[in-house]
Design a protein around this ligand. Sequence first.
Ligand code: BJW
Length: 244
Amino acid sequence: MDFSGIRNIVILTGAGVSAESGLATFRGPDGLWEGHRVEDVCTPEAYRRDPALVHQFYDARREKLGTVQPNAAHEALARLDAEWPGELLLVTQNVDDLHERAGSKRLLHMHGELTSAWCLACDERFGWSGPMGEEASCPSCGERGRIRPDIVWFGEMPYEMERIEEALQRADLFVSVGTSGAVYPAAGFVQTARYCGAKTLEINLEPSLGSYMFDESRTGRAGEVVPAWVDELLQSDQSSPISR
Ligand code: BJW
């Protein structure tokens, strides 16, 4: 793909970008949902039915966060963020904090964050570390037992959709990294970007469900393919007449 003339970039990441850091993906043989049925943990109904199970699931993943580090893909995307002179928006579906720990700044978490909590009593959101459990008190209103993980579950509206849509409409390049394309609305971003004239590139271990919608697919481990792509993109920017 020829990257010359590209100014505005939107990058979508999924669980595959954090796989080489040791965080399980959702689908597939070693997937996070191997031991849990999705309906048991990732819906508001499941939370109402069995809050203890849902807290257990997220408490364990929050704890695991402290034992993992960003990998070469997170680092390359942070380097791109720091060096790219045009618009750039990194939209992650991941609830881990590895992109920010690698140094990405122009970043949003469309499916929420493990390190954030939401009080259903006063509607405040605030940072959270350690276990949450069923009996946690809200630091804002003091209510007990009304705090849930600040995570977007099935049937709930992902965060910052307006900002994402606007960025997709302005994008010259849309890149999807490490996502299976099984969950909407993220799986539809490639169509919006294409419709609005962007070039589209997929980087994934294997072709995703929506692979056919991309102009180009590069298969391999994100920790290898992403740094190579970032080098290529930054080099093409330096040789582009638009950047001078
Ligand atoms: C590697 C790698 C390596 C591995 N290197 N690659 C029917 C049709 C269409 C839509 C719907 C429908 N029925 C219901 C819906 C909507 C629903 C939906 O999409 N359901 C589908 C199951 C069909 N979506 C929703 O409900 C969303 N809300 C919504 O739609 O609101 C209404 C709305 C209307 C209009 C506009 C906007 C909104 C909410 C979705 C919430 C998703 N939440 C979850 C769980 C919470 C977070 C958490 O616990 O962590 O988010 S689900 C789960 O899937 C998680 C992920 O962010 C998300 C995506 O998964 P991801 O990242 O793609 O992971 P995997 O495991 O699937 O794939 C990993 C990939 O990496 C694989 O391809 C590997 O090969 C690859 N890989 N190692 C590179 N080293």
